[in-house]
Design a protein around this ligand. Structure first.
Ligand code: AHG
Ligand code: MN
Ligand code: MN
Length: 348
C-alpha cells in the first residue's frame, strides 16, 4: 500500500487539524464517500440495465426526473440516515427538506444540502455526471432543526464537495483548508488521493456557457462572449469554448485547466437556472478554496442570503482573472443585481 492514501485515511489525518473535533464531520464525509461508490456502480451500468428513462415523477421545479436521480437521492439519504451525524437533508429531488429522524441521529448537528445527480440528462449518452454536496452546522441548539437551519449563507459551510462520474470517478472536497481530489481505484474500491492541494490557474483560456441562450443574455454576458472571441495574442484570445452541460464536469475541467463557467439569467430562467444551496454554494466554496472566484455577476455567491430552499442564482465561476473581467463587463453593461430578479439597480 506504499504511496497510496485513501480518502478514509486522509479524512482521519485531517481531523487532527481540528483539535476539538469528535469525528462527526469525518464520519459524515465517509458516509457520503460510501454512498457515492454505490451511485458510481449504478451509473457505470446505466447502459446495461433497464434503469434509464423517466421515473415518471416530476420534482418541484417541473423537471422530469430520471430513474438514476431518484436512485442517487435514496442512496445519499439512506447513508446520511444510518450515519447518525445529519439532522436534515435538503435535496434537489424533494420539495421540502427531509428531517432525519432515526434513533442514531438524535444529537446530530449537521445539515447536508445535496444535488444527488447533476447533469442527469447526460446519462443516456454516456457523458459525465456528478454529485454536489454542502455541509453546515445546525444553528439551533434544541428541538428539531428547521428551515432556518438550512437557509445559511455559503460562508457558513463547514465542508463541500463533488463527485464526478467521468472517464474515472473522482471525489473532490474542502473543509476550508484547501481542496483535495481523490480518484476511485475500482480494483480496490477506494478513493485514493490523486490531486492534493488543488489550485485553479489564475487565468485560463476556456469559457463554458450554453451559448444557445445568447439572445436572452444580459448585455454584460454578451460583451464577455465577444471579448472571449476577439483575437489578442497577449491574452491568448480567442478563447476555447467547452460546454458539457454537467456543471460538475465543466467546473472540474476548468479547475484543472483554468477557465470560466457561466450560467447567467435567461428568458426561461430569469433568476438563473442553478440552485444556490446545493449547486452554486458548494462549487463556490471549492473554487474559492482553490484560489478562484464565484460571483452572481456582481456579488460574491457565498454572501447571498438564502430565503428559499430551491433558490436559484446566476453564476460566474472559475479562474480569478476571467471572473473579474466578466464582473467588470457586467458592472458596466448590466449594472442590475441579478439577485432573484428583483431588478434592483446598484446604488439605489
Ligand atoms: P441537474 O441535472 O441537477 O438538474 O443539473 C443540470 C444543470 C447543470 O449541471 C448544467 O450545467 C446545466 O443544468 C445545463 O443546463 P442547460 O441544458 O440549460 O445548458
Ligand atoms: Mn444539478
Ligand atoms: Mn440533479
Amino acid at each position: 500500500m506504499s504511496g497510496i492514501k485513501t480518502l478514509g485515511q486522509f479524512i482521519i489525518e485531517k481531523q487532527l487539524d481540528f483539535p476539538y473535533a469528535k469525528g462527526e464531520l469525518s464520519r459524515l464525509l465517509r458516509d457520503i464517500g460510501i454512498a457515492s461508490k454505490i451511485v458510481n456502480r449504478e451509473v457505470n451500468k446505466a447502459g446495461l440495465v433497464d434503469i434509464l428513462g423517466d421515473a415518471g415523477t416530476t420534482n418541484i421545479q417541473g423537471e422530469g426526473q430520471k430513474k438514476l436521480d431518484v436512485y442517487a437521492n435514496e442512496q445519499f439519504i439512506a447513508a446520511l440516515t444510518s450515519g447518525g451525524e445529519c439532522c436534515i437533508v435538503a435535496t434537489e429531488e424533494e420539495d421540502d427538506f427531509v428531517p432525519i429522524d432515526s434513533p442514531v441521529s438524535k444529537n446530530a448537528k449537521y445539515i447536508v444540502c445535496i444535488d444527488p445527480l447533476d447533469g442527469s440528462s447526460n446519462i443516456d449518452c454516456n457523458v459525465a455526471v456528478g454529485t454536489i454536496f454542502s455541509i453546515y452546522r445546525r444553528k439551533s441548539v434544541e428541538g428539531n432543526a428547521t428551515l432556518t437551519d438550512v437557509l445559511q449563507k455559503g460562508t457558513q459551510q463547514v465542508a463541500a464537495g463533488y463527485v464526478i462520474y467521468g472517464s474515472s470517478t473522482m471525489l473532490v472536497y474542502t473543509t476550508g483548508k484547501g481542496v483535495n481530489g481523490f480518484t476511485l481505484d475500482p480494483s480496490i474500491g477506494e478513493f485514493c488521493l490523486s490531486h492534493p492541494n488543488m489550485k485553479i490557474p489564475e487565468d485560463g483560456t476556456i469559457y463554458s456557457i450554453n451559448e444557445g441562450n445568447y439572445v436572452h443574455f444580459p448585455d454584460g454576458v454578451k460583451k464577455y462572449i465577444k471579448y472571449a472571441q476577439v483575437e489578442d495574442l497577449s491574452t491568448k484570445r480567442p478563447y476555447t469554448s467547452r460546454y458539457i452541460g454537467s456543471m460538475v464536469a465543466d467546473i472540474h475541467r476548468n479547475l484543472i485547466k483554468g477557465g470560466i463557467y457561466m450560467y447567467p439569467t435567461t428568458a426561461a430562467s430569469p433568476n438563473g437556472k442553478l440552485r444556490l444551496l446545493y449547486e452554486c454554494n458548494p462549487m463556490a466554496f471549492i473554487i474559492e478554496q482553490a484560489g478562484g472566484i464565484a460571483s452572481d455577476g456582481l456579488n460574491r455567491i457565498l454572501d447571498i442570503e438564502p430565503t428559499e430552499l430551491h433558490q436559484r442564482t446566476s453564476i460566474f465561476i472559475g479562474s480569478a482573472k476571467m471572473v473579474k473581467m466578466a464582473e467588470a463587463l457586467m458592472a458596466e453593461h448590466s449594472p442590475v443585481t441579478p439577485l432573484q430578479g428583483q431588478g434592483v439597480v446598484i446604488g439605489e
